[in-house]
Design a protein around this ligand. Sequence first.
Ligand code: ATP
Length: 257
Amino acid sequence: MEFEIPRSHPRYHSLVLRERLVEAFKNGIVVSQGLIAHGRGECFDYLLGEKSHEFAVEAARVTAAWFLTARHPIISVNGNYAALAAEEIRKLQEVTGAPVEVNIFYRTEERVRLIEEHLRSHGVKHVLGSSCEKTRVPGLESPRGIVCRDGIASADFVLLAIEDGDRTEALVAWGKTVAAIDLNPFSRTAQKASITIVDEAVRATRLIVREVEKLKDVEKSELKAIIETYDNRKVLAKAFKAIMEKLGEAASKGVLL
Ligand code: ATP
């Protein structure tokens, strides 16, 4: 990191994440559009008080239950997610045994390879992307629809983060159960996913790791019950309510607490 951020800075964590993205942008891992997407996410993180809420824990718990019961779970990783959370993705792979697939919107084979290298340098072991047999997500034309036949194509459960709504929707329409990490509950990804973890990608991945560790010795029937009783509409409603309450307080007092 070129610029040393003082730990005492009130936005220390947010600035660290920005630096990671800028560095990854310079290294060709993140595209310029990814920097803009991050800014949109930051805005919602502000409104959520830059912390994990109970509704994110609830969604992380059901995501963990899916990881532990799915036939073929997979972690879909794009440039932003890799740049921000490589360490957490490694831990998630360690506790779930799920493979990672590099799956990017602005696809070039060079960038797929760079992301793979970045993940491997952080200890992520099972990474698909450049050398797999390819197929396409039905309904997604252009290189953004390319996926691995033994990866996302054959998965029953996909975790993704900071994803475009069109691709999320196409995966759901393809019959996958999709858990999405997205700070913006209004986004099409948040609205279309089967499970939406409204939280920042690093914090959300830590939550999933924690929930997998808690649930790993639990009976399958109990995990199935967690899955069957989960209601994503209620979770999204709680996220909107948290934002509304924050804004309501600010609107009445003139300060954002
Ligand atoms: P959609 O296509 O789903 O309607 P969008 O046009 O905002 O949304 P993108 O810009 O492709 O789609 O996706 C980025 C999404 O990821 C945005 O919803 C943004 O709020 C969210 N996001 C950005 N950075 C983070 C982050 N660090 N953690 C979690 N979510 C993030």
